[in-house]
Design a protein around this ligand. Sequence first.
Ligand SMILES: Nc1ncnc2c1ncn2[C@@H]1O[C@H](COP(=O)(O)OP(=O)(O)OP(=O)(O)O)[C@@H](O)[C@H]1O
Ligand SMILES: [Mg+2]
Length: 277
Amino acid sequence: MSVFRNIISLTNKKGGVGKTTSALNLASALHSAGKKVLLVDNDHQGNLTAAVGLTPAEQKYTLANLLLAAIDYPEDIAIHMQRTLLQIKDGLDLIPANRRLADAAARLQVMQLSQYNAVGNSERYCEKVMSELLLSVTSDYDYIIIDCGLQHELLTINALAASDYCIIPVQAHFLASEGIPNVLDMVRSVQSRFNPNLKIAGILLTMYQSRPQLCQSVRESVGEVYGGAFHVFERPIEYSIKVAECPAAGRSIFEHAPKNAAAESYRSLAEEVLRLG
Ligand SMILES: Nc1ncnc2c1ncn2[C@@H]1O[C@H](COP(=O)(O)OP(=O)(O)OP(=O)(O)O)[C@@H](O)[C@H]1O
Ligand SMILES: [Mg+2]
């Protein structure tokens, strides 16, 4: 049976490039287009959880509980999932995160050690736990958007192993030094070991401060550096103080400043994502 799946991870090995901001605003734009969307906060900093107006430390049930349950009691995942899913709006849900995600990452690491020590015991992979747990909700959503953190690589590998696509946000003015080769290595490794279906949807230029015409030259330089191997999303996301105000306001750019150019750019990103299939 073929299942319609649209799981998208936002990742880059560099911090502060707009992963969380883009996860929230892409999800909001897809939701506004009538899609049912699940956001997954896969960062122990809990920035995505905070960005929707929640206090990470106060969240009792988080992605950490789900991962630990998926490791220890896979048969109970549905029960854990039910109490972990938070409705942000009708049709927009969140699996929150906080510092306890570091404990789950540590458990995955222990699992990894025993997995690669055990001879012939390859039944369960620590890299595929997130994939297993998202299976239980995949059919409930049109899109699942995963915001990846930096510190726990095994969590990002889990996200990529569960994903159909990844989007790589890159600060436009630091293009050549944004750690893209490192992300590529990770994507290729996940593709070959755990998830041949994973595709790079494209590079998203963020915090763009030049005139729109200059975007073309940035796009060309991606071609020069990476041999045209990637799609670069049509519109860069403009740098705007309104975007920077969003996390403190606990709102997306569409609620905070719907007429802002960055809102238009996130809409354009969503249109391209909708065309992916
Ligand atoms: N287009 C933008 N214009 C202005 N500020 C922005 C824009 N996009 C993101 N920011 C701000 O830049 C900071 C970093 O963004 P964000 O948290 O989305 O990056 P990140 O890649 O998720 O960071 P981390 O690696 O810490 O998870 C935040 O304070 C955010 O509000
Ligand atoms: Mg982030």
